[in-house]
Design a protein around this ligand. Sequence first.
Ligand code: ADP
Ligand code: MG
Length: 729
Amino acid sequence: MGTIRFKAVEECNSRMPVAFTAPGEKISDFFACNVFNKEAMHKCLSKEIYNQMNAATETGQRIDRKVAEQVATAMKTWAMGKGATHYTHWFQPLTGNTAEKHDAFFELHDGRPMENFSSSALVQQEPDASSFPSGGIRNTFEARGYTAWDPSSPAFIIESQSGKTLCIPTIFVSYTGETLDYKAPLMKALHAIDKAAVDVCQLFDKNVSKVSPTLGIEQEYFLIDTALFNARPDLKSTGRTVFGHAPAKGQQMEDHYFGSIPSRVYAFMVEFETEAFKLGIPLKTRHNEVAPSQFECAPIFEEINLAVDHNQLLMDMMDKVARRHHFKVLLHEKPYAGINGSGKHNNWSLATNTGKNLFSPGGNPKSNLQFLTFFINTIKAVYEHADLLRASIASSSNDHRLGANEAPPAIMSIFAGAQLTAVLNDLEKKVTKEKMTPEEKTDLKLGIGKLPEILLDNTDRNRTSPFAFTGNKFEFRAVGSSANCSHAMMVLNTIVANQLTSFKKEVDALINKNVNKDEAILKVLREYIVASKRILFEGNGYSDEWVKEAKKRGLSNITTTPLALDAMVSKESLKLFETTGIFSHREAEARHEILLEDYIKKMEIESRVIEDLAINHIIPAAIKYQTQLAQNVEAMHDIGLKANNTKVQMDMIKEISAGLMTIKTNIDGMVAERNKANNITTARAKAIAYCDKVKKYFGEIRDAADNMEVIVSDELWPLPKYREMLHIR
Ligand code: ADP
Ligand code: MG
């Protein structure tokens, strides 16, 4: 019975690192060689068209037909020159994966073969996309959704063993214009924050005409040998192990973190990094993570839309390259119980066209006041919309991680660092409600002017905060490792955009009442500090005290996805999405529905996998062992030995019987609850039933099954054990 397992272990013990030769000596020799970026366009397009194209991408304006026609021709020539035979609109439907449908450049004209690619094929396509989630927006019989080119993200070529395909990043909208993907809402949010932030910057610097949010994504993941992966049906269908006793040696020695990278893994990393470089993904760091077989990679930050596309591509790429190295990449937030999970830290900031990072304190009082303005507005935005931000990272898999004493809790809070907290307190105290005296103003300005010095040695880091200020950027750590971070970034940029717009209005109103500009800014900022400081927390976010303290402060702690998602469609959120132009009510509701459906499907699959493994793998193994024990007892009695000689066997036989009973009873209970849940017709109630009624059995079944793993003879145990899966040789 355990033969698959032993074969798998043997197979992975005999593995050698897979050799790989890089296409060039230096990374710069091949970086972005498969990207139709500015440089490539510069070479292939006339100067006039190139400039028009550039202007359009900068401003997000429509590209006219003539330009599109020339770009399409140039793109085709470039791609075919690199050996591409097909092209695809590459988009990000709400399944969380990326989607492609390949078409050949090849066409028949009057029966003669020709390679063709027109501007209409570049700009817009109509895939039969009836199977992508739409939350009821698009009826299946009206299966038309459009994909439309996003010129702000460059086209690229994906190479595989059997061919090359030109991929054109696109948005995906329904026939009636509603968004059905992750990219379109993100682009709208980026547009909103650009506008709002530029307006605010105008208070400080008239030269600012564009603000682009930046994002650096730290991606954590686990690796497992394919042979072992294939012997674990739970990993294959849910991405996590639903059973498995804790290994004697887990992560308690902490010897994996930043340790030397195993050679097989190293070979894999070098190859996927090379593939990433060819696609223009600027990977910068790689290292071991805390848990055994857990790793992290991070690129240099980029403009958000591109950073998100690159992260999606990277996840795809890693998976493809891993196969050649006989690895499977686990992106699930919690593949192994009792072992650290994986996140995707989103480092976020705002950059101006004048080259300034708005979250980086500058060298003088004026730019420091600008810094404080953006800093405090972000705090206010997160405070006001903490629940929506929490909803933006909610998924069945991230539920395992948030608040599990190793990841940020489900409570949204902000870490500002000791120095900035002091600055905020100071501001709160010193800005007076009435008209400020010249001395008070000077005093304040002096304090604000000193900011850069104190922040320079700001080394205090808090790893337990879900949203931490880290010197010149915010780090949103609660995002899950498998997520498309578009969604979280859409929400973050939307709430900050909305907040900045209110701020500008309030300041303008004071200025109109003849309050001096700086004083007006300071007064509004002070009010914001007073209103939102409850969300600032410097202590240990993993502690039980924080849970109590947060409750006292009135902060939400929503630990499960079905309830967390309510914030997507709360009155405030619907209004927010509407005023910022991100979603209509219908779109927000549809998205809510899709996320609930996703939760339900995943829980149902998990529940079925648990049932299958327990009934068809674990119970039979336990019974087989129990039979062996019984036969042994019988044989012992046959040769005349007394009961006390077979006590151990008898005890084990009884323990197995008790365990079998626990497993079976709980499986029956779970199946009954699942059937009940499946009869519920509204998505929210059904998701809650899965969460509260069905999931409740998972732990009980697991405990009993894991206990079996310790009793049953190793020889008979069918599933690869944690110690085998977690330690790569
Ligand atoms: P950590 O100590 O958390 O590992 P690093 O300083 O290595 O942090 O940076 C983590 C990520 O933050 C990297 O992807 C980096 O490019 C990104 N980052 C740095 N500055 C910015 C910025 N201004 N905007 C967005 N991301 C940034
Ligand atoms: Mg980090």
